[in-house]
Design a protein around this ligand. Structure first.
Ligand code: ZN
Length: 139
């Protein structure tokens, strides 16, 4: 069995942002030379997510609205976590809702995704450099 590891880096200008990283993961798969196996993609930060859904701008607006309704950023005093001096209590909760990682099958050298499935990086406390791990195992 072969294994391959790569980190992707992101530095989004705002607190919230969604980035389609399907091409980055495809590139990592090509670099790995693996044609049958699994790829794990996970955020290495507790205020960011990796998830799979549609690359449709209206849906991305809906995510923002939905997440802000469940875990509004302000007032920051509403979160016990912010008593530590941080202001990202909401971002930890948003990350929990949107998930840490995805696993995708690799078949005949390609990501075996559904028709409309795309891989996204979800940022909930941006304006600093963050990492995503791509780990690929197989033959
Ligand atoms: Zn925090």
């Amino acid at each position: 069995m072969k294994s391959f590891r790569k980190e992707l880096f992101f530095s989004l200008p705002k607190r919230f942002g969604l980035v389609n990283i399907t091409e980055d993961v495809t590139q990592a798969l090509e670099e790995s030379g693996i044609t049958e196996g699994l790829v794990l993609v996970n955020s290495m930060h507790i205020t960011a997510s990796v998830f799979i859904n549609d690359d449709e701008p209206g849906l991305h607006e809906d995510y923002y609205t939905w997440l802000e309704r469940m875990a509004p950023h302000a007032p920051i005093s509403r979160y016990h976590h912010n008593k530590t001096g941080e202001d990202n209590g909401d971002a930890h909760l948003k990350r929990q809702i949107m998930g840490r990682s995805v696993t995708v099958a690799i078949t005949e050298g390609r990501l075996d995704l559904g028709t409309w499935e795309r891989i996204f990086y979800g940022e909930f406390d941006g304006r600093r450099r963050k990492r995503v791990l791509v780990k690929i195992i197989g033959e």
